[in-house]
Design a protein around this ligand. Structure first.
Ligand code: SAH
Ligand code: DHB
Ligand code: MG
Length: 223
């Protein structure tokens, strides 16, 4: 199988199930014009995030890694009018682009962008006494083990933790890799596997964004 086939099938699926959406299209366009890297989830992965949040009945969501707000908008659309999504972004330029996109999406009442390195903003969020129904981890991969520790602190029985980019073109199985991204993901996966109060799996994904994967973890017992 080739990238060309994965992309063609992704387009087939997207044409069927993810109709063009002016707000999401404008989000990707404004992100590209502003020079943001194309690291957003794909349209059908965004739809998967929306479906998971809806199936879960999420009312509160934490996202680590906003970029231009593309995944934020997908997740925000799953929330009721009195829901809340906090999204963490280190790069002020990314946060500014995301803010405009979130306003255009009509989600600015629900979405709170916190600008700063996540390891600096997470303690503040914990100090506010918050917990979340769903946590989406999609920022700098070397920090994933730390993000998992925070996600466990900020969740409760019944919460869902989702992480992007856990396969990395298959590089994740190379235990000797000197890539800090791979090592971050490996430690994240190992810690999830060792966590007795969490039921986890990971799925490989192929499509327009290449070969990667999502980890999905359900908190089954009180912390
Ligand atoms: N979730 C987005 C993509 C996020 S890309 C989507 O699917 O649309 C990863 C983002 O994490 C980038 O915008 C990057 O600036 C941000 N990031 C990197 N290191 C970070 C850190 N330490 N804290 C918070 N955000 C960080
Ligand atoms: C990268 C980061 C992501 O979150 C992603 O989905 C794709 C690529 C990156 O840093 O290369
Ligand atoms: Mg990602």
């Amino acid at each position: 199988m080739t990238q060309e086939q994965w992309t063609a099938v992704d387009e087939y699926i997207t044409d069927l199930f993810v109709p063009p959406d002016p707000v999401l299209d404008a989000t990707l366009q404004s992100s590209a014009i502003a020079g943001l890297p194309p690291h957003n989830v794909s349209p059908n992965q965004g739809k998967l995030l929306l479906l998971l949040a809806q199936i879960h009945g999420a009312r509160t969501i934490l996202e680590i890694g906003t970029l231009g707000g593309y995944s934020t908008i997908w997740l925000g659309r799953a929330l009721p009018a009195d829901g809340c999504l906090i999204t963490l972004e280190a790069n002020p330029k990314h946060a500014e682009v995301a803010r405009a996109n979130i306003v255009r999406a009509g989600l600015d009442k629900i979405v709170d962008i916190r600008c700063g390195r996540a390891l600096d903003t997470l303690p503040q969020i914990a100090a506010e006494g918050r917990s979340f129904d769903l946590i989406f981890i999609d920022a700098d991969k070397p920090s994933n083990p730390d993000y998992l520790a925070w996600a466990l602190k900020l969740s409760r029985r019944g919460s869902l933790i989702i992480a992007d980019n856990v396969v990395r073109n298959g590089a994740v199985i190379d235990s000797t890799s000197d890539d800090p991204n791979v090592q971050g993901i490996r430690r994240f996966n190992e810690r999830l596997a060792a966590e007795k109060r969490v039921s986890t799996t990971a799925i490989q994904t192929v499509g327009s964004k290449g070969y990667d994967g999502f980890a999905i973890a359900f908190i089954t017992a009180d912390q």
